[in-house]
Design a protein around this ligand. Structure first.
Ligand code: ADP
Length: 478
């Protein structure tokens, strides 16, 4: 079976968040079961060298204002199709945001182009390869099924995966013709959304099946609280919606071989995790304390609930614990965490920025990871936390609820706890969860048993890759 993935990022080539990790990992897991996935992503400047070594497999004379080409390359165990369109993607800085921190003003064209090229590949194939199914990811690829549908040509079935419904790709209705969309597409059962064009809605309305990244988030999406205006459409399509839990790339995230750790370790050699803790302390200017070292590796946005953590910092420090935070995003949060590190010198260490190697070291060197998200479709950092024996302290929502077993009395007695959950999601309950984690940390026997259990908890892709495959097969059989 051949499957075309279409997405705006893919690790390790281009990553701003969890979407990239998933797009880089699922194809490898599916390959093990005999499914060939090719991943179409834009050729951003960081990918020029990669594209330079690729074979040209498709030419597009005018892709939203300029010539474009698709180049095929095999790298890092992935079959990648790079959409080379310098007029759309050749610019420095963030792939979504200009230097002013605002969305690039032509993002509608940049990502319509991705969907358009994806539709051409889906229909015509390239390089002697034709997909049996297309899996498009998030709003950036959302117009793809609209182009398939208006082409009137025979096309493979499409699956849309929602990684985060908060990002919808909403644009002015006057852009319809610029987006190469026919007038009839501006309809409630296609791209129209309250008088605007919604890329995400187009994908959800026009794909054959919809998946999202955890079972709990699939349920939450049907409610007004989490559906963000698309819950009505999703309720109508409830029988086509599945929640498939994300896994992680077990090779890239492996404490036994991770090159970013100063010492590698396993559940049998936990003592060696200590050296990584000392390295984190040294790098972030933290003192050695009696309590646990908590870390955060996150985008700094209101979704992630880190404003609540700011409120809990005096309590965390009073417990004898310390915090190492790596993050970037909202400038007010960046400033507040920088101030917090000055207010609690040696106890709160903050690095503002995006740093892949440091994100691995924090997972390896911390005792626990804090994820107080207000909503979380799946979340990956708690899965890395489990694998690295860095116990997750999480809000009970979405994929966080599905992946962590809270250390309540019953779970401790049954020896199945892997972390700490709190609900309702507010600063008081977060502070209580931090205090519970500190209390268990003071009982080293119980703590290290939890750490070993967390490290053995299955977080790979086996089960979920089979679930994706079953959906693809059911569509082909239809
Ligand atoms: P989201 O996709 O909503 O940002 P996830 O938990 O699904 O959240 O995935 C986040 C991914 O991005 C993880 O791989 C995490 O390690 C990484 N990440 C987040 N912030 C940073 C950062 N500042 N530096 C390095 N990696 C980061």
């Amino acid at each position: 079976m051949n499957v075309l993935f279409v997405a705006s990022e893919c690790a390790p080539f281009m990553k701003t968040g969890g979407l990239a990790d998933v797009i880089g990992a699922v194809p490898k897991a599916l390959a093990a079961a005999g499914t060939n996935v090719r991943v179409l992503i834009p050729a951003y400047p960081a990918l020029h060298d990669l594209a330079g070594g690729g074979r040209s497999v498709m030419l597009l004379d005018d892709l939203f204002g300029g010539k474009a080409e698709v180049k095929a390359v095999n790298a890092q165990g992935l079959d990648v199709l790079l959409l080379v369109a310098p007029h759309l993607y050749d610019r420095d800085g963030n792939i979504y945001l200009g230097p002013d921190g605002k969305d690039w003003s032509d993002n509608h064209l940049r990502f319509a182009a991705l969907g358009y090229a994806g539709a051409e590949l889906a229909i015509d194939g390239a390089d002697g390869w034709t997909p049996d199914v297309v899996n498009l990811h998030d709003w950036q690829a959302g117009l793809l099924p609209a182009y398939l549908s208006q082409s009137g040509r025979s096309a493979p079935p499409a699956v849309m995966t929602i990684h985060n419904i908060a990002f919808q790709g909403l644009f002015d209705a006057s852009e319809l013709a610029n987006l190469k969309l026919k007038a009839e597409m501006f309809a409630a059962d296609a791209v129209e959304y309250y008088g605007k064009i919604s890329f995400l809605k187009a994908g959800l309305a026009l794909s054959d099946r919809i998946t999202t990244v955890s079972p709990s988030y699939a349920c939450e999406l049907l409610t007004p609280e989490f559906g963000m205006g698309l819950d009505g459409l999703l309720r109508e399509r409830r029988s086509d919606l599945s929640g498939i839990l994300n896994g992680i790339d077990l090779e890239m995230w492996d404490p036994e071989s991770d090159p970013h750790l100063v010492e590698n370790y396993s559940p049998r050699s936990l003592k060696r995790k200590e050296a990584n803790k000392r390295e984190v302390e040294a790098r972030l200017g933290l003192q050695r304390r009696d309590g646990p070292l908590f870390c955060v590796v996150s985008r700094l946005t209101s979704q992630k609930g880190l404003d609540m953590l700011l409120e809990c910092l005096p309590g965390l420090v009073a417990e004898g614990a310390s915090l190492a935070l790596l993050g970037s995003g909202d400038s007010a949060l960046e400033r507040q965490f920088a101030e917090a590190s000055r207010r609690h010198p040696g106890q709160v260490g903050v690095v503002i920025g995006y740093d892949e190697p440091l994100s691995h070291l924090l997972q390896g060197g911390s005792d626990a990871i804090l994820i107080p998200s207000r909503f979380e479709p799946c979340g990956l950092t708690q899965l890395y936390g489990l694998r690295y024996g860095t116990l997750p302290v999480v809000a009970r929502t979405g994929g966080l609820a599905d992946t962590i077993i809270d250390a309540n009395e019953a779970a401790l007695a049954a020896q199945c706890a892997t972390g700490f959950q709190f609900a309702p999601i507010n600063a008081t309950m977060l502070e209580q969860a931090i205090a519970r984690a500190c209390a268990i940390y003071r009982q080293p026997g119980i703590w290290s048993a939890m750490v070993r259990r967390a490290m053995r908890h299955p977080v790979g892709w086996d089960v979920s890759a089979a679930a994706y495959e079953a959906i693809y097969r059911s569509l082909i059989a239809d």
